[in-house]
Design a protein around this ligand. Structure first.
Ligand code: SF4
Length: 110
C-alpha cells in the first residue's frame, strides 16, 4: 500500500473507507503502532527504499521509533537480520551477501 507520501510500503495499512481514517505501521508492535506512531514517520522512513533495493525474503526487518530529543527528530530506526546466514545485516539495502554476493551484483553483465 502507498504511504501518504506516495511511496510503496507493504507495512503501511490505511483504512479510509466511509470516512474512516485509520493508519498503521505493521512493521511495529501493534501497541507501539497505535500509541506512538503517526504516518508522519513514513516521510523519512528508509523502509520503502530498502524494499525497492533488496527484496530478499530471508531478510527480516525490525522497526523501532527513535523518539529524538523532546520529540524533535522523531524517526524510524530500522535494523535487519538474515534468517539464512543468521547474521545481523549491516546494510539492508545490499543484504548480508550470502545468497547474492556483492561480486555477482557488480559483475552481473560480464
Ligand atoms: S513508518 Fe516506514 S515501515 Fe512503517 S508504514 Fe511508514 S514507510 Fe512503512
Amino acid at each position: 500500500m502507498q504511504t501518504p507520501y506516495g511511496k510503496e510500503c507493504h507495512y503501511f495499512y490505511g483504512d479510509y473507507y466511509r470516512g474512516r481514517h485509520h493508519e498503521e505501521c505493521r512493521l511495529l508492535d501493534p501497541l507501539i503502532s497505535s500509541s506512538q506512531w503517526t504516518s508522519k514517520l513514513c516521510k523519512n522512513c528508509p523502509v520503502p527504499g530498502i524494499l525497492r533495493a533488496n527484496s530478499c525474503e530471508k531478510m527480516v526487518l525490525k522497526g523501532e521509533i527513535n523518539q529524538g530529543i523532546l520529540g524533535i527528530g522523531k524517526s524510524m530506526k530500522i535494523s535487519a537480520y538474515c534468517i539464512k546466514s543468521e547474521k545481523v545485516v549491516t546494510d539492508p539495502y545490499v543484504g548480508c551477501g550470502l545468497c547474492h554476493p556483492l561480486s555477482d551484483i557488480i559483475f552481473k553483465d560480464k
